[in-house]
Design a protein around this ligand. Structure first.
Ligand SMILES: [Zn+2]
Length: 451
């Protein structure tokens, strides 16, 4: 073996590694940031189960889940299996409906298996209706629990940190947390709680810097007011909150971008420095949503699948300051791009539209960041320079304050140089054997990789 540059070495490596070796190499790869990450959807069902049933993790709370449909006459809510409730919500149910629920902690093996499966979208035939209409409503009382969500954040930091991610810009709403009695928790208390948890030694030890984007459900009747509230909150909590996002199904036209043009223009008369990353073009169907979303002031586009069918906007975004946040596994499992080999990602990357790889709702996909890189390398034959560019972009286009960004970028360069030095060596196989990667359910099912 004649070792030259890492660029050339990586071309050889792709040919000679086993899939397990390539996965391990990519697991260890320094990866920069995860810019498109919904905190609610990023935690695994296994973790939720543990958190909902282990009193040392949840402060002694009890959660219930719906295991049967008794067609109670006093309940006209459509049946949703494994919908989860906190104890105070359960206590408000009628006697008949109460019988439909069981404590999560006493589920038998079969129900437990189904409960875990009910929070996963691990095949594309479940699709986006299951995702939006079932999985998120099932999680409701769990994800409104402040203690559980802060703990799940640290769990996410730990997992991402193990995979070489150093920055997480997660999408989270501080206005919707409820206490044990179902009363809304003041958003100041929420901010302090997150701030305090992030300063604990175990959170710091993950090596992951966290910032938040506040999201608004785009088709909500009062979305304009929510955007105004989001701006005010971000402006008052700039140590942790850096931007605003619009989320939710784009096939619901109530949420189309131009609805909000006047709102964003009005807010820009008052506020500066509030950045926008907005979901747009999360569909293969052509429309002008990405162009209109840039007009709203977004500098980052979440998904951007249908940008490929809008040539003028594509040209506008080439070599630009606008980045498309790519989420390959999400796009496949939600059925927007069933065959990922046809995903527009390589076209954007190779004509100079800034892109990076992200995990979106990886708890629900049962996947991780390595799976995104592994998919991209295998399907699109990424070069080493392209891999490094993706990591660099994920920090360069982040919304974190400039001093922190400069430090993250400098550290990233150092980490990449060290990584190159380590693996550009005759004994690369032995070095990879020392790494203990954690493979995901997605990797096992789709790549046949199981560590
Ligand atoms: Zn998303």
């Amino acid at each position: 073996m004649v070792l030259t540059t890492f660029l050339e070495w990586f071309e050889q490596l792709k040919k000679i590694t086993t899939k397990e070796q390539l996965y391990t190499f990519l697991f260890k790869l320094p990866k920069g940031g995860d810019l498109h990450n919904h905190l609610d959807g990023s935690t695994s069902p296994e973790w939720w189960f543990k958190a909902a049933t282990d009193k040392t993790m949840n402060g002694g709370k009890k959660f219930f889940t719906r295991t049967q449909n008794l067609k109670c006459q006093d309940n006209n809510e459509p049946f949703l299996a494994y919908k989860n409730l906190r104890e105070s919500s359960y206590n408000q149910l009628s006697d008949c409906v109460k019988l439909e629920y069981e404590p999560i902690s006493t589920l038998n093996e079969e129900h437990k298996r189904n409960w875990l499966s009910s929070l996963k979208l691990d095949t594309s035939d479940k699709g986006c209706d299951e995702f939006f209409e079932c999985i998120f409503p099932r999680l409701l009382d769990l994800r409104q629990d402040l203690e559980l969500l802060t703990e799940s954040l640290v769990e996410n930091m730990r997992q991402l940190g193990d995979e070489g991610v150093r920055y997480l810009e997660t999408i989270m709403n501080p206005f919707r947390f409820q206490d044990v009695n179902g009363n809304l928790i003041n958003s100041e208390t929420v901010a302090s709680h997150f701030r305090q948890r992030l300063s604990q030694p175990d959170a710091l030890a993950t090596g992951v810097t966290v910032r938040f984007q506040l999201f608004v459900m785009r088709f909500a009747p009062d979305a304009e007011q929510q955007i105004e509230d989001a701006y005010a909150f971000v402006a008052a909590h700039r140590d942790l909150w850096v931007g605003v996002n619009l989320v939710g199904r784009e096939d619901n036209e109530q949420g189309q971008p131009l609805r909000f043009l006047n709102t964003f223009r009005k807010l820009r008369r008052t506020y500066s420095g509030i950045q926008l990353s907005i979901h747009a073009g999360e569909t293969a169907k052509p429309n002008n949503y990405i162009r209109n979303t840039l007009l709203l002031g977004a500098t980052r586009i979440g998904h951007g699948i249908n940008l490929i069918s809008d040539p003028e906007t594509m040209l506008l975004m080439r070599n630009s300051k606008y980045l498309v946040e790519i989420n390959l596994i999400s796009n496949r499992l939600l059925g927007y791009v069933p065959d990922l080999s046809l995903h527009p990602f390589p076209e954007y990357l190779r004509i100079g539209i800034p892109v990076c790889l992200n995990t979106d709702d990886r708890g629900i996909w049962d996947s991780n960041m390595t799976d995104e890189y592994y998919t991209a390398v295998r399907l699109f034959n990424l070069s080493w320079n392209e891999i490094v560019q993706l990591g660099h972009n994920s920090l360069e286009y982040s919304f974190v304050e400039s001093e922190v960004k400069a430090k993250l970028l400098a550290d990233y360069q150092v980490d990449i140089a060290k990584f190159e030095q380590k693996y550009l060596a005759e004994d690369w196989v032995e070095k990879l054997e020392d790494v203990k990667p954690v493979s995901s359910g997605y990797a096992e099912k789709n790549f046949g990789i199981n560590f």
